[in-house]
Write a protein that binds this ligand. Structure first.
Ligand SMILES: Cc1ncc(COP(=O)(O)O)c(C=O)c1O
Length: 291
């Protein structure tokens, strides 16, 4: 005999504001009429979210959801955190926008705080703020090419690095590629997936074996020198693929010997999301040149 159990939400001291906006059907119709169909909702009956409070979201009926998705790992401190609201509100009342040609204490203070959470002695102390992960990767590739004077980039199959033209060329998932010119000079090495790859999960030499493929690509598809190697410390969109032990250490050494820089794409793994470490690369015992 089986016993059915129903999960109940824990108590939470927040009453959502009664929703008075347009009905869900109207919102859906307006979205279909005026937004690109390329922007998906993922659901047959899309959920409409109108309020958030810490780890919870509320739909237009006031129904509460536990948010395990956090806006695709974006809302790192919960929804409408009072400290975030207060800081945004205070700044909005004083000054909303100028430009980087003027000084303002906050932008350099923020850069200093970010540098402060990089591993000690890493030399990672200079920030360049961008608007998205794709732009950050475009910029990282551009900087690596200009700094090294090399052109070729090594990336991994099953990687996701964004959808701008350069980032799409780094990405190696067919669901996120369009038939347009992209990825000139980008070479994708074997995905070091311990579950699905050619070597078993328990293979103690998996790190070295997957790294050997990077060397093979380096020797067969590039002039022997590269601008950079880019990888996610844990592949996110590709399905939470954790790199085998020692893999990054070997690949980073190989890439540096070929004149290249090592780029860690921390869009999903950074900012404390993996728990123990602030950055995903720290679990691999390596220090990238660009994060
Ligand atoms: C690892 C990784 N890199 C880059 C990106 C692209 O970021 P954005 O969508 O902000 O351009 C994403 C987005 O999900 C990502 O997961």
């Amino acid at each position: 005999m089986t016993q059915a159990t129903t999960a109940t939400m824990p108590e939470f001291d927040h009453t959502p504001t009664p929703y008075t906006g347009p009905r869900k059907a109207e919102v859906l119709a307006a979205r279909k009429a005026h937004l690109s169909p390329g922007i998906l909702t993922y659901y047959k009956d899309p959920v409409m979210i109108v309020e958030g409070k810490m780890q919870y979201l509320y739909d237009e009926m006031g129904r509460r959801y536990l948010d395990a998705f956090a806006g695709i790992v974006t809302v790192s401190v919960g929804h409408c955190h009072p400290r975030v609201i207060e800081a945004v509100h205070t700044q909005n009342e004083l000054l909303q926008h100028t430009t980087t040609i003027y000084l303002h204490p906050n932008v350099s203070r923020f850069a200093e705080r970010i540098a402060g959470v990089m591993p000690e002695g890493s030399g990672l102390s200079v920030c360049y703020f961008t608007n998205s992960g794709s732009e950050a990767n475009d910029l990282a590739v551009m900087m690596a090419r200009l700094h090294t004077g090399n052109f070729d980039i090594l990336a991994l199959r099953n990687a996701y690095h964004g959808m701008s033209p350069t980032a799409m060329g780094l990405t190696a998932l067919h669901t996120w590629k369009y038939p347009v010119p992209q990825g000139v000079g980008v070479h994708h090495a074997l995905n070091p997936n311990q579950y699905r790859g050619p070597w078993g999960y328990d293979d103690p030499d998996a790190g070295a074996k997957y790294a050997a493929d990077v060397e093979d690509v380096l020797r067969s598809s590039t002039p022997g020198c590269v601008a950079a190697f880019i990888a996610e410390p844990i592949q996110g969109v590709g399905g939470a693929v954790v790199m085998p032990n020692g893999y990054f250490r070997r690949v980073y050494a190989m890439v540096r010997a070929a004149g290249g820089l090592c780029i860690a794409d921390e869009v999903q793994t950074g900012f404390g999301r993996t728990g123990k470490h602030f950055w995903g690369f720290e679990a691999q015992g390596v220090t990238p040149d660009i994060v």
